[in-house]
Ligand binder design. Sequence first.
Ligand code: GAP
Length: 459
Amino acid sequence: MSKSCLTMDKLVSHCKTVGFVYPGSDIYGGLANTWDYGPLGVELKNNIKRSWWKRFVQENPSTYGVDAAILMNSRVWEASGHTASFSDPKMDCRECKTRYRADNLIEEHSKGEVNPDTMTNEEMEAYIEEHHINCPRCGRHNWTPIRQFNMMFSTSRGVTDEGQDLIYLRPETAQGEFVNFLNVQRTTRAKVPFGIAQIGKAFRNEITPGNFIFRTIEFEQMEHQWFCKGEDGDKFYHEYKQKAWQYLLDLGFDEAELRFKDHDKLAHYAKAACDIQYNFPIGWSELNGIHNRTDYDLSRHQEYSGKPMQYLDPVTNEKYVPYDIEYSIGCDRLLLAVLCAAYDEEQLEGGDSRVVMHFHPFLAPYKVAILPLQKNLGDKAKELYATLSKHFMCTYDETGSIGKRYRRQDQIGTPMCVTIDFDTLEDDTVTVRDRDTMQQVRLPIDQLVSYVQERVQFN
Ligand code: GAP
């Protein structure tokens, strides 16, 4: 199928029908920009996180993981600048009262070809007027001026109404890595350069025109901070650009669907910044970011906490605040890209067709489907399920024709189907059918674990 045939609506419908993602609070009519992962989605998401952790933590002896608290001392957000300036340019449709981000309206109208990051609020208002961008909900054109809204969700802690402290749900996981810089360095005796990585939830009061899980108010980030000497910043910035790119290729993304996009306007603390964009059905959009954040974050925490954030070089005795190269990717956004890249509608010989998700086998929710040819082969099939499920996520299906059962597995992306037939009872062999080629091989059961293992690696 040509990628241009895949619409977000088609993907949302497929995800809901087979159990990847459901609308959040569905039975109550939903809650805008929240989604729940179903039985397949949770497996896919866990596998994405595993692949990232394997690549950036497990295989990197100088990177250490943390899992910091979502709720942090409010001073963290003063130091990071979020309290003062983590805001978005919002405008309301005066007709239907729907609120939008002005930059998103421009991005979507131009299919990602115009970058609103470089525009002032006045320029964005002028662009929206000039291109007559209408309200995506009611179709009319009657906008309020742009106003800035802080995107942090706040809550309070304390036992009495009077003595409550205002605290925030973290809008990025990165600050949990910065505030633990010295804890990690001291406990691991790490020498600069070294990395701190984290996967966790972040929350932003996003007002968006939907687009499924592309931009949500609660999402997971996979963030990696690489602390280095200032003079090595450029070198590592380029290195992490390449590592981030290679990771996506190794997950099976087509290079033609990815591109680097340098930021036209750098944040005041950044020395260099770029995104990797993916060609989503909504157009080219950010998948991940890479920043040279200089020594800004650690210096700010040093200033606001009064605690030194310097590293003492054990060889030269030099004391300095390291630079940070940040690589940040949204887990849900990557999952959306993985779904888009995997989805295919294939025409088969004989006029038949199938929907198939060509996931990298490491990411596939189930590695193996166990299918007894007939129900009375169920005991043998369940025995096999018990053996294989000790090693991999497996699924079991004994209803419907074998052809229908293959199709069901294709549409959820199961890389291998194992069929148990009457010969299995005689010679302990099974048929293994490949999702992508639909080719079948006959294998002894005792070779199955290693056969599957070999095919589901992520390297
Ligand atoms: N610490 C840097 C940081 O948070 P960001 O560009 O705001 O930078 C990093 O976010 C990544 O997190 C993005 O590239 C995107 O993949 C993901 N992301 C950001 N906001 C999101 C949202 N509202 N919903 C889903 N993913 C989001």
